[in-house]
Design a protein around this ligand. Structure first.
Ligand code: ADE
Length: 241
C-alpha cells in the first residue's frame, strides 16, 4: 500500500515513520510512505502557502493553489485511491474506517494548519474529511501520523503475526482483555491461575469474560451492535449478573 502525506511540516514525520513497526514495514516494502512538502508548489514569489481570510478574522488560511498543485503532482491522471483531509470537522476515525482505508491502494493525507485551508482546495482536491477525535490539534500532522499508524498495521505482512491484529480491542467489537508475562508474582500481585493452567478453552473463556467486563464498565456503547455465539452469550450473561 502507498501513502502520501502533504504537509507544510515534513520534518515532523521522520521519527515516527522510521521507528518500530512502521519503520520495519517500510523497509520490508509492505507499505511506502512519502512525505511531500506543499510549500515548493506555491506559485507566489516567496513561496508563501497561506494568506489572511477574506471576510476578516483571526489566523491565516492555507492557499488553494499550492495544495491543489501538490495534490495533482502526487495523484496523476489515473489515480486510484483516496484523498483525505485531516480536520476536526471530518467524520471520526474508527477501526472500521481504518479497515476501509487499508484496502485503498493509494491514500493521500492532506494536513492543514493555521485556521484551515481555502474551501476550494477541499472542494476540488479532497474526497473526504477525517477527524481523529473530538478535540482540536494545532495541525493535521499528528492526526495524519495516527491514521498512517492504524491503517498500516492492518496491511497484510506489517504485523508479522496476523492474529494480533484480530484479537485486539475493537476488531472483535470488545475492549482487549488484560495481558500478563513473567514473573508469576510481582509486588504481591499474582497472574490469574487460569493463564498458567494450559487449558486453552478455559483461557479463551476467561479472556472473553474479561473483555466483556471491561467493555461493559468502560464502553457500554460498544455492546449495542455485538454479535455473540452461544458460548459467549452464556459468559456475557454471567458477567452481567
Ligand atoms: N486537525 C486539528 N484537529 C484535528 C483532529 N481532531 N483530527 C484531525 N485533524 C485535526
Amino acid at each position: 500500500m502507498k501513502i502520501t502525506v502533504l504537509t507544510l511540516f515534513p520534518e515532523m514525520f521522520a521519527p515516527v515513520l522510521g521507528a518500530s513497526i512502521l519503520g520495519r514495514a517500510r523497509q520490508a516494502g509492505h507499505i511506502s510512505v512519502d512525505v511531500v512538502d506543499i510549500r515548493p508548489f506555491s506559485a507566489r514569489k516567496h513561496q508563501n502557502a497561506d494568506d489572511a481570510p477574506f471576510g476578516g478574522g483571526a489566523g491565516m488560511v492555507m492557499l488553494a493553489q499550492p495544495i491543489c498543485d501538490a495534490m495533482d503532482a502526487v495523484t496523476g491522471p489515473d489515480f486510484l485511491g483516496r484523498r483525505v483531509y485531516l480536520s476536526p470537522r471530518g467524520t471520526v476515525l474508527t477501526q472500521r474506517k481504518a479497515e476501509e482505508l487499508a484496502a485503498v491502494p493509494h491514500l493521500v493525507l492532506l494536513c492543514g494548519h493555521y485556521e484551515g485551508v481555502d474551501q476550494r482546495a477541499l472542494d476540488l482536491c479532497v474526497d473526504e474529511e477525517l477527524s481523529i477525535g473530538d478535540y482540536v490539534l494545532t495541525g493535521g500532522e499528528l492526526a495524519a501520523m495516527v491514521v498512517v499508524d492504524c491503517v498500516a498495521r492492518l496491511v497484510p505482512g506489517v504485523l508479522g503475526n496476523e492474529g494480533s491484529a484480530q484479537s485486539e480491542s475493537f476488531s472483535g467489537g470488545l475492549l482487549e482483555y488484560p495481558h500478563y508475562t513473567r514473573p508469576r508474582t510481582y509486588r504481591g500481585l499474582a497472574v490469574p491461575d487460569v493463564l498458567l493452567g494450559g487449558n486453552h478453552a478455559q483461557i479463551e473463556d476467561w479472556r472473553f469474560a474479561q473483555s466483556y467486563r471491561l467493555t461493559l464498565a468502560r464502553r457500554p456503547d460498544l455492546l449495542a451492535n455485538l454479535s455473540l455465539d452461544k458460548r459467549q452469550r452464556r459468559i456475557a450473561d454471567e458477567v452481567e449478573r
